[in-house]
Design a protein around this ligand. Structure first.
Ligand SMILES: [Zn+2]
Ligand SMILES: [Zn+2]
Length: 174
C-alpha cells in the first residue's frame, strides 16, 4: 500500500497515526517462497521531523508458513516487526539519502509493504524448529523420529569393525 507523505514532509510538527492493511501475501527469501498465513494491520506513525523530513514507525505481527529444519513439518513462525526509518522529501534528498530510502519510498509515497518486507528479512529466524527437541528424520528410511524409533542402523562402523559386528550378529541369532 502506498501512503502519500507530502503533508508530513511539509507541515512542521505534524504527526499522524493510522492503521493500514498489509497487502503482502508471501515473501521470497533466498530463492524460496514463504506464505504469510496471518498478519495484523500495520500500525503506522508518521511524524514530521523538521523541514522536508519524516520519521516513520511501522509495527505489525506477521506469521510465516515455514518448515522445521529437522523434520520438514509445517511450522507457523510469528514475528513481531517494528520498522523505524527516516525519509526525506525527494526534492530535498541528496543522492545518498535517495539511495538509502529507495527500498521503501516511491517518490513522495511510502510503500508500506516494501518497508515491512525488508523488516521481515532483518528479523528472519536463524533456526526453525517444530519444537526445541525435534528429533528429525531418520537418515536411512526417512521416518519422523518424533513418532518413534524406526530400528534402522544409523551407525556406520569402520569396515574392519563391520566384519566383527557381522560375526557378533550371527552368533546372537543362534
Ligand atoms: Zn521438527
Ligand atoms: Zn529409519
Amino acid at each position: 500500500m502506498l501512503i502519500n507523505l507530502s503533508d508530513i514532509f511539509e507541515e512542521e510538527g505534524r504527526s499522524v497515526s493510522r492503521e493500514v492493511p498489509l497487502e503482502l501475501e508471501e515473501i521470497d527469501f533466498q530463492g524460496e517462497r514463504f506464505p504469510i498465513v496471518e498478519k495484523t494491520p500495520v500500525a503506522l506513525t508518521l511524524v514530521n521531523d523538521g523541514s522536508g523530513r519524516a520519521r516513520i514507525e511501522a509495527v505489525s505481527d506477521v506469521s510465516l508458513g515455514m518448515k522445521c529444519d529437522r523434520c520438514l513439518k509445517d511450522v507457523t513462525k510469528r514475528l513481531s516487526l517494528h520498522a523505524s526509518v527516516e525519509a526525506v522529501s525527494p526534492d530535498k534528498a541528496d543522492a545518498q539519502e535517495a539511495e538509502d530510502q529507495s527500498g521503501f519510498m516511491e517518490g513522495y509515497q511510502l510503500n508500506v509493504d516494501s518497508l515491512i518486507g525488508s523488516e521481515l528479512f532483518t528479523c528472519w529466524p536463524a533456526k526453525v524448529l517444530c519444537r526445541e527437541d525435534c528429533k528429525g528424520l531418520c537418515r536411512v528410511c526417512g521416518k519422523d523420529l518424533n513418532e518413534g524409533e524406526c530400528g534402522c542402523d544409523t551407525f556406520v562402523p569402520d569396515p574392519r569393525m563391520a566384519a566383527i559386528m557381522d560375526i557378533f550378529r550371527e552368533n546372537k541369532e543362534v
